[in-house]
Design a protein around this ligand. Structure first.
Ligand code: PMP
Length: 457
């Protein structure tokens, strides 16, 4: 291997095209190259030997924490025994079959089978095709539109980037594409009519959805997709009554529901799935990140029993399901998934999400809710956010150009803690690994308080 110690920054700027990075400033050396070399528990180490508490678990995915020997060994053993075989035309490996069973055993009992992919984006791409196949199989080819929500995040492909409801992922790419539509975000803090209660606002969201369905024609609307708890769009738990009211509208017009659990799946909310946590009854569940705790790339679409029956019925007429990836159910990734899910059970990490997560959110609230520029501290399980405002009483937001969120995240980084400035609004997000201790939770809160004071006084 090349010795990179002196050259890594130059090689990086000249050769590495980074995702979600400003190309100009990075290539010109105006933004830092950060090289991460190791990780243990909730901490990562960089190439300068600095250690940081990773309070966002990578991209809210290293749920089991860093340095888990059990998962690393399972990956090594699988690579040694059988690095690859495909899963087309009925092939499988012990790892992929065992993992499929483990996933369905953990999913809500209305779910039936899992289709494997590699990323959250490709899993949602699969979902779109499953929905279209299903309606073609059922003899209603005009029922194809999919309603997503502003501020939803469902991936960055052409169709999944269209599902995403954030401008950064649309602008400059000619997205969103038909037949994707967007309805209101369930964002109570940012509601227009501040006199509304949470229940009233949830009803308002359900009414807006119903109005959109009626305007489009219910016979043309196939599905609705949402994260149980809005993630990248701001880390926003749903307002009271939201999911039952949405579900009632969807049931009324025979519209499928996709719960995108890429972030919430496998414990982040304190329940195994966000669907259980909020009483959602999905037809499809998207999973990725926490499935392997990001030790290997793996995603899945979990299909309900009801939808499975409809798909199977259609197969005789439409032929085999002509959709597959070379790496679907890759055995090395599946072995990582099996070891990860076992570890989450063996260490009872979801109980820790509930206990330490509640401690962390309470401490964050106590430390920051009273600050003149903190509009809201919110969260669930082991995920939380602090939203900053210019004026608390008038709920006036800062000019985006001031970049208050990124400044606070940078000040926090300087203090050895990694949080995430969410892409729209001044929102600092946290989603630590599930193995967080109360001491480390207190450390994150103390450093956050200092970072906020540094930027906002
Ligand atoms: N859905 C949700 C809810 C996500 O948070 C993400 C990623 N942040 C995705 C889908 C896309 O996953 P990936 O980046 O693995 O394609």
């Amino acid at each position: 291997m090349l010795d990179l110690s002196n050259e890594r920054t130059a090689y990086d700027r000249d050769h590495f095209f980074h995702p979600s990075t400003h190309m100009g400033t990075h290539a010109r050396g105006e933004s830092p190259t950060r090289v991460i070399t190791g990780g243990e528990g909730v901490r990562i180490t960089d190439s300068d030997g600095n250690t940081h508490v990773d309070a966002f678990a990578g991209l809210y995915c290293v749920n089991a924490g860093y340095g888990r020997t059990e998962i690393a060994e399972a990956i090594g053993k699988q690579a040694h025994d059988l690095a690859y075989y495909h899963s087309y035309v009925g092939h499988g490996t012990d790892a992929s079959i065992e993992l499929a069973k483990m996933i369905v055993d953990r999913a809500p009992d209305t779910m039936s089978r899992v289709y494997f992919g590699l990323s959250g984006s490709d899993a949602n791409e699969t979902n779109i095709k499953l929905i279209w196949f299903y309606n073609n199989a059922r003899g209603r080819p005009e029922k194809k539109k999919i309603i997503s929500r502003w501020r939803g995040y469902h991936g960055s492909g052409v169709m999944t980037g269209s599902l995403t409801g954030l401008h950064l992922f649309h602008n400059a790419f000619d997205l969103p594409r038909a037949p994707i539509l967007h309805t209101l975000a369930p964002y109570y803090f940012r509601r227009e009519d501040r006199s509304m209660s949470e229940e009233q606002f949830s009803q308002h969201c359900a009414d807006a959805l119903e109005a959109m369905i009626l305007e489009e024609g219910p016979e043309t609307v196939a599905a609705f997709i949402g994260e149980p708890l809005l993630g990248t769009g701001g880390i926003v738990p749903p307002p009271a009554g939201y999911w039952p009211k949405i579900q009632a509208v969807l049931d009324k017009y025979d519209i499928l529901l996709v719960a995108d659990e890429v972030v919430t799946g496998f414990g982040r909310t304190g329940s195994m799935f966000g669907s259980e946590h909020y009483g959602i009854k999905p037809d499809l569940i998207t999973i990725a990140k926490g499935l392997t705790s990001a030790y290997a790339p793996l995603s899945g679409s979990i299909v309900s029993k009801r939808m499975w029956e409809g798909l199977v019925e259609g197969v005789d007429e439409l032929g085999a399901f002509g959709h597959g990836w070379t790496y679907s159910a890759h055995p090395i990734c599946a072995a990582a998934g099996v070891a990860n899910l076992k570890l989450i059970d063996d260490l009872d990490l979801i109980a820790n999400v509930r206990e330490v997560g509640a401690h962390f959110r309470r401490a964050l609230h106590d430390a920051l809710a009273g600050h003149a520029h903190v509009g809201e501290v919110r969260g669930e399980g082991m995920i939380a956010a602090v939203e900053f405002v210019e004026d608390k009483d008038d709920r006036k937001f800062f000019e985006p150009g001031k970049k208050i969120g990124p400044q606070i995240a940078a000040a926090l980084f300087e203090r050895g803690v990694i949080g995430r400035a969410m892409p729209e609004g001044d929102i600092l997000g946290f989603a630590p690994p599930f193995c967080l201790t109360k001491d480390d939770a207190d450390l994150i809160v103390a450093r956050t308080r200092e970072a906020v004071a540094h930027v906002l006084g």
